[in-house]
Design a binder for this molecule. Structure first.
Ligand SMILES: [Zn+2]
Length: 328
């Protein structure tokens, strides 16, 4: 004959075991998954992103991403990277497809900015304009910006930008087409005095740490590392949308392709005089004159391609800076 106590205790054990198994299984199936995308990348000097010595964006992005990955993993968040070395150059759609393949809850693209005249500063986050992709991107972005502002960077907000085929930035467009909420974090301007002081002091590790704190606080606000974001229908890609394939975060613009080395800006010195050999003759605002090969010139223009008016920007840059950027 069963004692009543034994029956209850047996029942409780079974129930508790069931609860335990459910918890383990659901954690494994639904753990928060973040794909970190260190922007740009390419062999040798290709795909550098913004350059302002000693910083080359592709390497800086990777260093920040590595710190971020370590800290997210430390917090129990599943983390993957779209590239793990400077010379890898995955296309934008491949980066998004990879995020989809690992069932990512978030795709976070790591970038740094530069401006032609070195006068701009501050952090900004770009996100998709579409429904829940916007709300998710806005929330994560706000958390990250608040951490970056505690390092001293001016916060310029979480923004969206409309292009001629949906979201302006290719990575965001491909990200939401793969059903993954995506953001681009432009941490600061590597060529600006104010931002440089903070960047030099905190280093890539300090910035990766700030990103991690921002993402972890967001993750905690939506249920923690064991939770998962509800999936949203992908945003269909518009026919004819193009990508330069190598420049996460740079504008995908029908007339000017962004910085991607040999596949760089389409202009070959329009509006600038050329010498007999076809080299571009450049005179800076102080009257210093020098020449650049068409290949060097296209690469330089590529650094401002995201502005849509690279030549307008390049005119303001001292010759010495341009030579340094061109590796002369
Ligand atoms: Zn970039």
């Amino acid at each position: 004959m069963f004692s009543r106590n034994k029956l209850i205790s047996g029942f409780l054990k079974t129930a508790l075991l069931g609860l335990f198994l459910t918890a383990v299984i659901s954690t494994k199936a639904n753990a928060m998954t973040v794909v970190i995308d260190p922007g740009h990348g390419g062999g040798g000097t290709t795909g550098p992103g913004a350059i302002y010595p000693p910083y080359m964006e592709k390497s800086l992005n990777l260093a920040v991403a590595s710190q971020l990955k370590a800290e997210l993993e430390g917090a129990g968040i599943k983390t993957y990277m779209t590239r793990t070395s400077d010379d890898q150059a995955p296309s934008l759609d491949a980066r998004a497809a990879y995020a989809q393949s690992v069932n990512a809850d978030l795709l976070v693209s790591i970038h740094f900015n530069s401006s032609g005249d070195h006068t701009r500063n501050g952090s900004e986050v770009w996100t998709s304009m579409y429904s829940s992709y916007y709300t998710t991107g806005y929330s994560v972005g706000k958390n990250i910006l608040s951490q970056l502002s505690s390092l001293g960077f001016a916060s310029k907000g979480v923004k969206t930008k409309l292009g001629n085929s949906g979201d302006y930035y290719g990575l965001l467009r491909y990200g939401v087409a793969c059903g993954v909420p995506s953001i681009i974090v432009e941490h600061c301007y590597i060529d600006n005095e104010i931002d440089r002081a903070i960047l030099d002091a905190k280093g890539a590790a300090g910035i990766g740490h700030a990103d991690a704190m921002g993402i972890i606080s967001y993750v905690n606000s939506v249920g923690g590392a064991g939770a998962s974001l509800p999936k949203t229908n992908p945003v269909k890609l518009t026919e004819g949308a193009t990508s330069d394939g190598n420049t996460a975060g740079a504008a995908v613009n029908p007339t000017v392709k962004a910085n991607s080395g040999s596949k760089g800006a389409t202009s070959s010195g329009t509006g600038f005089p050329k010498d007999a050999a076809g080299n571009i003759i450049y005179t800076d605002p102080s009257g210093n004159t020098g020449t650049f090969t068409p290949e060097q010139w296209n690469k330089l223009l590529g650094n401002w391609a995201y502005t849509g008016k690279p030549e307008e920007h390049i005119r303001k840059v001292p010759l010495g800076d341009l030579k340094q950027m061109a590796g002369i």
